[in-house]
Write a protein of this length. Structure first.
Length: 399
């Protein structure tokens, strides 16, 4: 019995000791960290990095900023796309009599050339020195050597015959002689009405900055003013802004512009322009070409290519060379080079309003054997005028 009691006591003591150990060891363990609660964020969340999980996509359809109303605020406003407004189509001024209307723009040439000559010829004694001054006046106005000599010779002869001279007689004499130099019996109409087919095809060529793109745009207005329909071809693909510039000119008079990719093939734009012009049934297709530097043979060759490609449709009716009247002799050099590459059929002299060298009209015609057909007398949209020899000479000598 005593043995049993002893065994029970030992068992109780051993169990107690074990329990105490377990409890004791548990108490010594550090407390587990508290469950995470939402922290107060004071700094922006870090940027995601490569390999970070993307947020789970939400199926909820997103609302646009217009749909999210402010609490208690007004109902969301529906913003409507502004309807693209068609630009107003302008009605250009008629072309008849434009040069007469714009003749005051030739005042610089009038003072230097017309008035200069009249003053010299009115001198009582026309000695050698005076005739030399006449010659200098003509040369300074860029009339050119050969035409100057012809004019001086003729004037000397006629003044001698005339004897005493009244200002009216002198004026009439000079008018006649200048008209002879400029030429009155040439067809100066821009050829846009080929027989038996439409559209007429006009190419506009010239060196950068002569006013070529502007002239093409103004010419579209000239044609529209005369009741024709026009498609423009922006084959100046080298200068990015040229196509925009041309398109703006076209839109103003309701003319469609055919364009190509920037730096694309000018010949293909020109080809497409004529194709679209045919499909649309317009009267005239005007092609603006890149302002080629006359020293760059490759570019010049390309101009020839534009013409050849266009002629797969039909012959080009008119090739207009745009020359800046203020560049004088340099303009003549350009004219010569262009004439070698394409057959120039007409000349447009721009910026005659800004020069005293109106005599370039005579010189350039002589140089190319091609008539001046249009003259630029300002930057205004309707400042391009059909060239009329009488109105031009009258403006020079001041009626
Ligand atoms: N005063 C005056 N300015 C003109 C006349 N014709 C054109 N201009 C101006 O000349 C500048 C050059 O004209 P553009 O048409 O851009 O010249 P562009 O020859 O086409 O030049 P590229 O496209 O670079 O070949 C423009 O500021 C025109 O307004 C004119 O008859 N008189």
């Amino acid at each position: 019995m005593e043995t049993v009691i002893l065994a029970v006591v030992i068992a109780v003591v051993v169990l107690g000791a074990i329990g105490g150990l377990v409890v004791g060891s548990r108490r010594k363990r550090p407390l587990p960290p508290p469950p995470p609660t939402a922290p107060d964020i004071t700094a922006p969340p870090a940027e995601p990095h490569v390999g970070d999980e993307a947020e789970a996509p939400s199926d909820e359809s997103r609302r646009t900023i217009e749909e999210v109303g402010l609490p208690g605020g007004p109902a969301p406003v529906v913003v409507e796309e502004p309807s693209a407004e068609a630009p107003a189509i302008e009605v250009p001024e008629p072309t008849a009599g434009r040069l007469v209307r714009l003749r005051s723009r030739l005042s610089r040439s009038q003072n230097a050339l017309g008035q200069g000559l009249l003053t010299l010829l009115s001198r009582e004694h026309l000695d050698e020195d005076t005739w030399e001054e006449v010659e200098d006046t003509l040369l300074t106005a860029d009339v050119g050597v050969q035409p100057t000599q012809e004019l001086v010779e003729s004037l000397r002869e006629r003044v001698k015959v005339l004897g005493t001279r009244t200002p009216q007689e002198l004026r009439a004499l000079l008018r006649e002689e200048l008209l002879k130099l400029v030429g009155t019996d040439v067809d100066r109409a821009v050829r846009t009405e080929p027989e038996g087919r439409t559209p007429g095809i006009v190419m506009v060529v010239g060196v950068n900055g002569t006013g070529k793109t502007t002239t093409t745009g103004k010419l579209a207005r000239v044609l529209v003013a005369d009741g024709r329909t026009v498609v423009l071809g922006a084959a100046d693909t080298f200068r990015a802004a040229a196509a925009d510039q041309l398109q703006t000119w076209g839109e103003r008079v309701g003319a469609h512009t055919v364009r190509g990719p920037e730096a694309g093939d000018p010949a293909s734009v020109a080809f497409d322009a004529v194709k679209e012009g045919k499909e649309m049934g317009v009267d005239v297709v005007l092609i603006d070409t890149a302002g080629r530097l006359h020293t760059k043979t490759g570019l010049m060759d390309e101009l020839g290519k534009v013409k050849r490609v266009v002629e797969k449709h039909a012959p080009v009716d008119e090739v207009l060379l745009v020359l800046d009247a203020t560049t004088g002799q340099n303009g003549l050099v350009q004219a010569r080079v262009f004439a070698e590459v394409v057959d120039i059929s007409g000349i447009v002299l721009t910026k005659l309003d800004g020069t005293a060298k109106g005599g370039i009209v005579v010189a350039v015609q002589r140089e190319l054997g091609v008539p001046v057909k249009l003259v630029g007398l300002g930057e205004g949209a309707d400042d391009l005028a059909p060239f009329e020899p009488e109105a031009f000479v009258d403006a020079l000598i001041g009626e």
